[in-house]
Ligand binder design. Sequence first.
Ligand code: QAP
Ligand code: CO
Length: 183
Amino acid sequence: MALLEILKYPDPFLKTKAKPVTAVDDKIRSFIADMVETMYHARGIGLAATQVGVDKRVVVLDVPDYREEGEKPAAEGKDRGKNLIALINPEIIYASGSTTYEEGCLSVPGFTADVDRYSDVTVRALDRDGKNIEIKADGLFAIAVQHEIDHINGMLFIDRLSRLKREMLKRKIKKTLESERAL
Ligand code: QAP
Ligand code: CO
């Protein structure tokens, strides 16, 4: 097990469209274990391979069932591991409805924005054993799955905002990064 380095916006690797996994073997399972460890260490609820500099279609998620209003979306304490899932080569095969949620991202730490997405999705993927699975998702889990699949397609939540909001947020991030560098 090992902690991996999480790439931060504007790292150009985050724009990579990741390649499908061709064999679900021990090497992939070991990488998934490292991703899970890294996600928990960073107190996230989802992490995609692209975020740790790996060009593979793999995501891990552990989305808690219940959160207090305004609480950070971390899977903590007894909830940790309860909803843990790894998805290999995930694909959205059905989507409906719409929802808006204030999203954050481990690759854009400290910033959030309201993002519009489907409220309900069905995802087809391979699990850690290479078995075909199909998952119906709603609520925060549906949002998280779409957010992570965006990552392996080279997209950040910032890219889902209207042009004006996107430019405003990018400017804010740039200014913050510049002031941090000046320290
Ligand atoms: C993706 O995001 C997500 O800025 C996972 O300071 C986002 O785990 C799924 C995090 C929204 C569903 C809804 C972000 C932790 C974690 C931060 C995360 C931070 C600390 C983000
Ligand atoms: Co993210």
